[in-house]
Design a protein around this ligand. Structure first.
Ligand code: MN
Length: 498
């Protein structure tokens, strides 16, 4: 797995000096206690760091600027324990550039009916202090997440956890570098896009390399390194010879092992976290990278086929957002391939020529070696498997000419009814929300591509929040989607996003 930075989040409580020293001591004590509880919960993927109470313009501005400069800080969580006049926050917020969460909570869970007096009211007034603060954030048109509820509620902490992953996606987006091996597939529209605008909006660096430069790196891999990796493959995966000579089969597999090592070294040396290939432009490579790319995706690299750099960057982004998750179900590039239109059993068979990430596999993973119907190289070895059941999210980032749009579809992954013994590629099978017909109609109306970045481990909200933070349109296709509403939303998006 690619190395991931140990991010942390700052917790900043707001107040003012109107209520005296005793009240401010309570505010500080309570916020420390909240931070302790959040960290103890075991729900948050990253630690929360307590910061001293913010009560003046100067301190607020200084703290937000320190957060900007701190490489480990991936975002700030704010909460107004008491009333905190929001003009004090303007300069700090104006200069703040990282993800912002407004935790609208309260220290006490229940109104203390027997003892409540005006001192208590003055000390515990986030119900209106947070509204004052929320107003200025809205007036300043600053994108942020608002989470409401008692801080010890696991649902509330779960929402903070979910936002933390989005925040890391926002911060890490500008560290994604995509290596393009060859150009996009000729004549294809949806894999194209404005790479300069992608760098301005998302921070992605997208560079092209001649295929033979990476081929040199592949050729430089020693045969002992290749053999060791092939042994690892033979240990880990089932070998399905399907009538092929075992020696010849192993040689085909070795080509992929050499590509995996050569590609990985080239990517590491040049500091790229995502890669695209194109089956029609393979230079000196003996096979289309199949098994090799599948393994790189499993290690955390982004990938897009046929030069699809937008998908490569999105897969990488979603791998980063799900990093170190306990029991992850997987994230991959996929392609809408073929339908089952039998009533009651509708769904889309997802696959690609070869390149599906084994992190989404369910059950055994096998190596097969089969001819490729396209291109002019030897039969590539590939990993074959079926995927897990359960809900997931499929996204497509498209370039509309003057702007980007992220289309986000909730999908339900299922087992196909029967095995497909003659199909030599890994697959997933899903029914899009709200149903096959509306889901596909909505996807097509929104301009969604046939390539997607898919994850079992992220939600539509997380992806939509990321898109909003990037300043682009998010179009949701889910259980509530109605075509009339969707068309109106797309129309409004045309007006709003320019
Ligand atoms: Mn494709």
């Amino acid at each position: 797995m690619l190395k991931q930075k140990q991010y942390e989040f700052w917790f900043c409580v707001g107040s003012q000096d109107l209520y005296g020293e005793e009240c401010l001591n309570h505010v500080a004590g309570h916020s420390q206690k909240i931070v302790e509880e959040l960290n103890k919960s075991g729900i948050l993927p990253y630690p929360v760091i307590w910061k001293p109470t913010l009560i003046t313009n100067e301190l607020i501005r200084k703290t937000f600027n320190e957060a900007n400069l701190d490489d480990d800080c991936a975002g700030v969580i704010t909460w107004m324990h008491t009333f905190s006049p929001a003009k004090s926050w303007i300069l700090g917020l104006q200069e703040y550039r990282k993800p912002l969460l407004h935790l609208h909570t309260q220290f006490n869970e229940e109104i203390p009916y027997d003892s409540i007096d005006m001192d208590f009211m003055n000390e515990n007034q986030s119900a209106h202090g947070d509204r004052e603060y929320g107003h200025i954030v809205s007036r300043m048109r600053i994108e942020r997440k608002v989470v409401v509820g008692h801080f010890a509620d696991p649902i509330v902490i779960g929402k903070i956890a979910s936002w933390m992953r989005t925040a890391v996606g926002i911060v890490e987006s500008s560290h994604i570098r995509v290596m393009r091996i060859a150009d996009n597939m000729r004549n294809v529209a949806v894999t194209e896009g404005d790479k300069v605008e992608a760098q301005i909006k998302f921070g992605w660096e997208i560079d092209a390399y001649p295929v033979n430069e990476i081929t040199e790196s592949v050729d430089a891999v020693s045969s002992s390194d290749v053999n060791a990796l092939v042994d690892e493959y033979y240990d880990k995966y089932d070998i399905l010879l399907e009538g092929r000579d075992p020696g010849e089969f192993r040689k085909h597999v070795a080509v992929q092992a050499q590509i995996e090592l050569g590609f990985e070294r080239f990517l590491e040396e040049k500091n790229y976290q995502a890669i695209v290939t194109h089956f029609g432009d393979l230079g000196g490579l003996k096979q289309l990278p199949g098994l090799a790319i599948q393994r790189l995706m499993e290690k955390g690299y982004g990938f897009g086929a046929e030069g699809d750099w937008k998908v490569a960057a999105m897969v990488r982004l979603m791998k980063v957002m799900t990093a170190d998750l306990k029991n992850p179900k997987g994230t991959s590039m996929l392609e809408d391939y073929t339908y089952n239109l039998v009533k009651g059993k509708e769904g889309i068979l997802q696959a690609h020529m070869l390149e599906v990430c084994p992190s989404i596999a369910d059950g055994p993973v096998s190596i097969k070696c089969q001819p490729l119907s396209m291109g002019d190289r030897e039969d590539p070895a590939r990993l074959v498997f079926t995927s897990k059941e359960g809900t997931g999210v499929a996204v497509s980032l498209i370039d509309l000419g003057n702007r980007f749009r992220l289309i986000i579809n909730d999908v339900n992954c299922k087992k196909v009814e029967k095995p497909m013994p003659k199909l030599p590629v890994a697959t997933n099978f899903w029914t899009p929300e709200p149903d096959m017909y509306t889901g596909a109609e909505a996807w097509i109306l929104a301009g969604g591509a046939h390539h997607t970045a898919f994850s079992y481990d992220l939600t539509a909200d997380q992806m939509g929040d990321w898109a909003n933070a990037m300043g682009i349109e998010a179009v949701y296709i889910d259980k509530d989607t109605k075509i009339r509403d969707l068309k109106r939303d797309l129309m409004l998006g045309e007006i709003f996003y320019r």
